[in-house]
Design a binder for this molecule. Sequence first.
Ligand code: UDP
Ligand code: MG
Length: 325
Amino acid sequence: MKKVLTIIVPCYNEEDVLPETFKELGNILINLMNRNKISRESKILFVNDGSNDSTWKLISKYSQEYSYIAGIKFTRNYGHQNALLAGMSIAVKHSDMMITIDADLQDDVNAIPEMVDKYYQGYDVVYGVRNSRKTDSFFKRNTALLFYKIMGKLGVNLVPDSADYRLLSKRATNSLLQFKERNLFLRGMVPLVGYKSTKVFYARKERFAGKSKYPLTKMLHFALDGITSFSIAPIHLILYLGLLTVLISFISMIYTLVEKALGHVTTGWSSLMISIWFLGGVQLISISVIGEYIGKIFAEVKHRPRFNIESENYSNKFQKEESEK
Ligand code: UDP
Ligand code: MG
């Protein structure tokens, strides 16, 4: 039996691109069905993230006309990551594999059949990776590069140049849905799920129409969210800063005492110099100690699954023994 694919498309004020997106994704889906690669039950699921243009009207129209189109409508704008998760949480019930893709056709839809092939080859996670960012501005390209570098240094495992264009199998999606955190940074969470993964390369294009829904402020916010949701390395930085300050305080103590012995100083200067540096260092170290505990609390409240088991035959053995009895 052929497997069911759902393509999940988050949409926020995308009336300008939607007709074209609907057409291109529809062609890909029907083509896959005709080639018997996927089940006729496969669908495209548009998630309307509180748009205030005619996005939902278009989605409703398409879903009435075509059996392979479906929609979800949020009550208000909840953001791109929440739209993706909502789409997955609904699609997972009826699909064997899910592909998430932006509505603006920047990600090459022709990578979809390749992703599906990889799924049949036994991969649970297939990342869409951009092998060219020529169409992104100089600024966006370099800030993105810097971001991946910093994340790597902070110990966060990301697949460089992959965004939210990827395929997940049913079981990988179910594992992802076990992550109960509110600050979503899906591209950081997916690698944590595990399973066999691979990449499919494509060239990123210009936005087909309309404007980016990720202005600089939103992008910075997103990057900051990524760092603070995945790493407590910044807390460790406070500790290093505190230790450095205490070290400086010892050097300044020696310097101050030498100056005092030589009689170069006015009254009160030496004691002030020594206490300012020393107290500063002690305070930073104390803050970092509190920070360590906050870091632990942070990890606990996220309630991430502790592990993800791929297969297990322990229970079967007991069942067999039971039946043998
Ligand atoms: N999007 C969304 N909710 C938002 C912002 C964006 O669902 O609050 C969707 C948007 O419609 C698009 C995708 O997320 O399908 C990526 O947004 P965009 O293309 O504007 O980002 P960029 O490619 O410029 O980073
Ligand atoms: Mg885009």
